[in-house]
Design a binder for this molecule. Structure first.
Ligand code: HEC
Length: 265
């Protein structure tokens, strides 16, 4: 009988696994944001008392990270671990209890206790959401965070490694800067492209000192410098990923052109 039940759960996982995102959107997204980079979350909770993001609940990437590291034996058998997580969730959804919470207490302080999901999820929906959460985990683990360096270190590194310097001019209340940070500068492809050919510096125009002879008229603005600190390319505005990757290619192209000119002289 038990085997039959497991078999049923296994099959329903196969069938309904892809439904997980849908269940999330229908039943969880009203409170839980899906993904916000860890660095931004840390700033929101540790420095800004949740006034940066005004979250109603922990994000799914936060929850998944905690689930995977706090429940059962993270280094044990994967199948077993999934079952441990599943039974934790089954119980928590039915009777949420702060005493049993996997969240950091500092973070939990910002939230009410989650309302019970009793009767809200069918068995299939529950299976689907468990699969969704479980499979969401690798992304949370492999998350790469954008690295910015102080200008001085950046310029030394740019020279040593023949990379361009990218300066990201931002401001605290600049909504489009946040959008860039949350949606573009946290994208793995963008981070990879920047790591490969650039050293990145972030300057808050209201606070930070500006080490170059250039004053952006708006935020965000991106300024690209050669390793020798010649200004190559200025790009104001907020961009989607594909356009931003194109801008990075253009910056490189401009640098190559100056190199060509240099050899002709
Ligand atoms: C009405 C808002 C709301 C909805 C809807 C909601 N949650 Fe939550 N959830 C919260 C809050 C607030 C917390 C943090 C407090 C807590 O842990 O009880 C939380 C915490 C959690 C936790 C962490 C439990 C722990 O150990 O603290 C998980 C896992 C979770 N939610 C999953 C889900 C899933 C999956 C759904 C959709 C099926 C969902 N939640 C729907 C508000 C909500």
């Amino acid at each position: 009988m038990k085997n039959l039940l497991h078999f049923f759960l296994f099959v329903s996982t196969l069938i309904f696994g892809s439904e997980g995102k849908h269940v999330y959107e229908k039943k969880c997204a009203a409170c839980h944001e899906l993904y916000i980079p860890m660095g931004v979350l840390e700033k929101n909770f540790m420095q800004m008392d949740n006034t940066l993001l005004h979250l109603k609940a922990p994000t799914i990437n936060q929850i998944v990270y905690r689930l995977k590291t706090r429940i059962g034996d993270p280094n044990g058998d994967a199948e077993m671990h999934r079952m441990e997580i599943e039974s934790f969730l089954e119980e928590y959804f039915e009777t949420p209890d702060r005493e049993k919470s996997i969240c950091l207490p500092e973070i939990l302080n910002y939230f009410e206790t989650m309302p019970s999901m009793k009767g809200e999820l069918s068995e299939e929906e529950f299976e689907a959401i468990v699969t969704f959460l479980y499979e969401y985990a690798p992304k949370a683990y492999q998350e790469k965070v954008m690295q910015y360096e102080p200008f001085k270190e950046a310029s030394a590194k740019a020279l040593a490694e023949d990379k361009l310097i990218m300066i990201f001019y931002t401001a605290e209340h600049c909504r489009y800067c946040k959008k860039m940070e949350n949606e573009v500068m946290s994208d793995p492809d963008v981070i990879k492209a920047l790591e490969k050919g650039f050293v990145s510096v972030k300057i808050d125009v209201e606070k930070g000192k500006n080490p170059v002879d250039f004053n952006p008229t708006m935020t965000p603005t991106f300024l690209f410098l050669s390793p020798q600190q010649e200004q190559l390319y200025r790009v104001p505005g907020s961009w989607v990923k594909e356009d931003f990757l194109e801008i990075l290619r253009e910056a490189k192209e401009k640098y190559n052109q100056t190199l060509k000119k240099g050899t002709k002289q």
